[in-house]
Design a protein around this ligand. Structure first.
Ligand SMILES: CC(C)(COP(=O)(O)OP(=O)(O)OC[C@H]1O[C@@H](n2cnc3c(N)ncnc32)[C@H](O)[C@@H]1O)[C@@H](O)C(=O)NCCC(=O)NCCS
Ligand SMILES: Nc1ncnc2c1ncn2[C@@H]1O[C@H](COP(=O)(O)OP(=O)(O)OP(=O)(O)O)[C@@H](O)[C@H]1O
Length: 201
């Protein structure tokens, strides 16, 4: 039976870095951020629904989604964030489980769900094991500002709109601490992969 491993964390905590390492070792990843981007592609039904809710202000001149603008609208207004979730979550949910089904059919030992909102959007109960990638707040802030070119205000707004990492850690089976350098992260992931290879998870 295919075991479902949930991989989550906070914004810029290092989920994608961890999932890329797992992918490189051959494990199948269901990537919610990638799925979301596909569902919001230019002229898609998802994007059309978002424009109906938030207006044309969320579009770039070439009709693609302006992610920064939409983020700025929803990440300081819970009501607007709820509206975004009402449009996107059902679409994301269907595609995530379609992909899981596909991997289950192949009878692979593990499938990894890389889902930022694993707890908030109720995927946790369907996981056999949950990994949370955590990071101290200062490092998270610095990495987010650096990666996205955000001001401190933009970065804090986005971090503060999420469930706290402390709360997520409490619900984890395994915590990967990514406050250190890349080597330290890779060592923790190598240890995880070793356990998966020996079917210890
Ligand atoms: C608002 C959007 C356009 C901002 O895009 P942007 O490129 O700036 O950020 P990106 O998508 O890379 O997300 C960065 C991080 O923000 C956090 N985040 C994203 N969506 C949400 C949300 N609905 N609620 C809380 N946090 C969120 C996650 O930690 C995520 O990893 C985008 O995040 C979006 O469309 N979100 C809704 C879809 C969703 O819920 N995605 C999460 C997958 S379960
Ligand atoms: N140990 C580390 N040392 C230095 N930089 C790191 C480390 N781990 C990750 N990073 C960098 O921090 C940033 C955030 O990492 P990553 O994109 O993997 O996070 P994420 O949790 O997937 O973020 P998001 O949820 O916002 O998509 C990236 O620019 C990444 O290259």
């Amino acid at each position: 039976m295919t075991k479902i491993i949930g991989l989550t964390g906070g914004i810029a905590s290092g989920k994608s870095t961890v999932s890329n390492l797992l992918r490189l070792s051959g494990y199948p990843i269901v990537d919610a951020d990638q799925i979301t981007r596909r569902l919001q592609a230019a002229h898609s039904k998802g994007l059309e629904q978002l424009v109906t809710v938030f207006g044309e202000q969320i579009l770039n001149p070439d009709q693609t989604l302006n992610r920064y603008t939409l983020g700025s609208i929803v990440f300081n207004d819970q009501e607007k964030l709820n509206k975004l979730n009402i449009v996107m979550q059902p679409l994301i949910y269907d595609e995530i489980w379609r992909q899981v089904k596909h991997y289950r059919k192949q009878q692979l030992p593990y499938v990894i769900l890389d889902v930022p909102l694993l707890f908030e959007a109720n995927y946790a109960n369907d996981c056999d094991l949950i990994i949370v990638v955590t990071v101290d707040r200062q490092t998270q802030l610095q990495r987010l500002m650096h990666r996205n070119g955000y001001s401190k205000f933009d970065a804090e707004q986005r971090i503060n709109s999420q469930m706290s990492l402390a709360k997520k850690e409490k619900r984890a089976d395994i915590v990967i601490n990514n406050s250190g350098n890349r080597d330290e992260l890779e060592r923790q992931v190598a240890n995880l992969i070793d356990q998966m290879r020996h079917h210890k998870l």
